[in-house]
Design a protein around this ligand. Structure first.
Ligand code: PHE
Length: 379
């Protein structure tokens, strides 16, 4: 009996070894990349379009034979735009799925939560659209991004308000619980004051609030010429409506968070005539934009939004870095990202010492359900 058990144990161990070997081989033949996106929740439009951009990049690279002969497999996780969920799915992707890199997150607040986890585990992470500076400075040396940052976005908004709109008095209204909204509002204020403008009101609310009357009544009495709304499209739409009802006739200004057709669905007439900064314009005639737009429209039958483009860019710059590293080792990919120069759809990507690319922006006008290109801007 003892012998029989011994034999069984040996057989079991041998089987386990074979199984392990098989799994290893299978793992080695694909490159697993994780992606953390808000696929549900308040900004699901951002998450879904980002996923579309990444899937297009994946399809194209695999059609070309993958990276260094290996197919790319992307594992998507939903963070519901909540930092705690974002951190937990990031852990899961690293620990359970053994991804070698991460594309995400979208909301700065989420990317700020995920970055330190990526760096601790030596897993390179690239966020397509998180613009708050803390994403990379607090995230650490494995965290990169494919977009410009909010100090730049704030300065451009201020410059536009002063030079193009001839505004002297501005008011800001932002979400204190959202790093992006708070940061961008503060960067705008700083730049506007420095350029000689007066910030007559700086009002706040909390994430999830839907009644802004108290703040808007105060702002209305101060008669600003521009009102800066630095939140995402759905809240901006709500505020715009309530602001007009409160008698505010200021021009509304905002950042990349405005970029969704839902801005018009929520804001209706009230958002007409507002301006916002963004990462790209679909009206751009640069050849790489035209080419990308055609491929995206063929696959999804819609015009790509800025986060679809940036997600596509983030995926591609990561693929290029993995290829150049010639390895799936996190440290090697990180080093290759650091030195990369890559021609993306939204411009050339070359990272500075804080792992941010230096890029230009566009100013768009919200008009009758459409985003009209106003101009390209650089500082
Ligand atoms: N920049 C926003 C943030 O940092 C995210 C975002 C970018 C959302 C672009 C939409 C479009 O939170």
């Amino acid at each position: 009996m003892k012998k029989f058990i011994q034999k069984l144990t040996i057989l079991g161990m041998a089987l386990a070894l074979v199984a392990c070997g098989g799994k290893k081989e299978e793992e080695a033949s694909v490159i697993k990349i994780g992606s953390v996106l808000p696929l549900t929740g308040g900004v699901a439009a951002f998450g879904q379009a980002s996923k579309n951009g990444i899937l297009l990049a994946q399809e194209e690279i695999n059609k070309k034979g993958g990276i260094n002969g290996k197919k790319v497999e992307i594992i998507f996780e939903d963070d519901e735009a909540k930092p705690a969920s974002s951190a937990s799915v990031t852990q899961k992707l690293i620990n359970n799925d053994k991804v070698i890199s991460i594309i995400g997150a979208v909301n700065s607040t989420c990317s700020i939560a995920d970055g330190p986890i990526a760096t601790q585990n030596k897993i390179p992470m690239i966020t397509p659209v998180s613009t708050n500076p803390k994403v990379t400075t607090q995230g650490g040396e494995y965290v990169f991004r494919a977009c410009f940052i909010d100090p730049f976005q704030g300065k451009i908004l201020s410059k536009f308000a002063i030079e193009d709109l001839k505004a002297k008095k501005a008011a800001v209204l932002y979400d204190v619980g959202n790093d992006y909204s708070k940061g961008l509002a503060e960067f705008f204020e700083e730049a506007f004051k420095e350029a000689g403008g007066e910030v007559v009101a700086s009002e706040t609310y909390n994430t999830g609030d839907s009644d802004f009357n108290a703040q808007l009544t105060k702002i209305s009495a101060l008669k600003p010429e521009v009102l800066i709304l630095t939140d995402y499209y759905n809240t901006v739409g709500l505020i715009a409506k309530q602001a007009r009802a409160a008698g505010i006739d200021a021009v509304f200004l905002g950042g990349d968070g405005w970029d969704s057709p839902d801005l018009f669905n929520v804001g209706g007439e009230a958002i007409n005539g507002g301006y916002f900064t963004n990462h790209y314009s679909p009206d751009d005639t640069a050849s790489q934009v035209v080419e990308f737009k055609a491929a995206y429209e063929k696959k999804y039958n819609e015009v790509p939004s800025s986060y679809a483009v940036l997600a596509y860019d983030a995926a591609n710059v990561l693929f290029a870095a993995i290829e150049q590293a010639g390895s799936t080792d996190g440290e090697k990919i990180k080093d290759s990202l650091k030195n990369i120069e890559y021609q993306a759809v939204t411009g050339k990507i070359k990272f500075d010492e804080d792992r941010n690319p230096i890029k230009g922006a566009v100013i768009l006008k919200a008009k009758d359900g459409e985003q009209k290109f106003v101009k390209n801007v650089k500082l």
